[in-house]
Design a protein around this ligand. Sequence first.
Ligand code: OFO
Length: 163
Amino acid sequence: MMTPKMEQALNDQINEELFSSYLYLAMAAYYNSLDLPGFSAWMRAQAKEEETHAMKLFDFIQERGGRPVLGAIAEPTREWGSPLAAFEAALAHEQHITSRIDGLVDLARAENDHATEFFLQWFVNEQVEEESTADSVVKRLRMMGESKNGLFMMDHNLGKRTA
Ligand code: OFO
């Protein structure tokens, strides 16, 4: 059994993950509106991945005898100033999620909930990857500056993402 406080915090994280999915779907629509299908496909795949993060939490709460409670998902931003600005927003969002996960680990420790602390290690590792991927795209976009060729190449490469 989890404490009600831990259960509530994990439920709140389901909402964060579903919002992440919604945000990346909004970014997919944004990139598509710029005729950047590769960026759009990458964001769409990312949105799907975020759903799996939400479901991991959903299943874990049930396994521990709790009940997932779904709240309203906030409306994401629709417009970003440039392809770079949208990816910078994605990176900032992942940094926010990392701090949320760290907070959950701290709470699991405070509640002496070893099972939840162990479960959360998957998310801790995942955040290292999520931040690093977004960061490398942001860095390459900054390096490219105004190059249309660079953007075209990058769109092609990002479009290769399958999952
Ligand atoms: Fe992007 O890792 Fe979940 O939110």
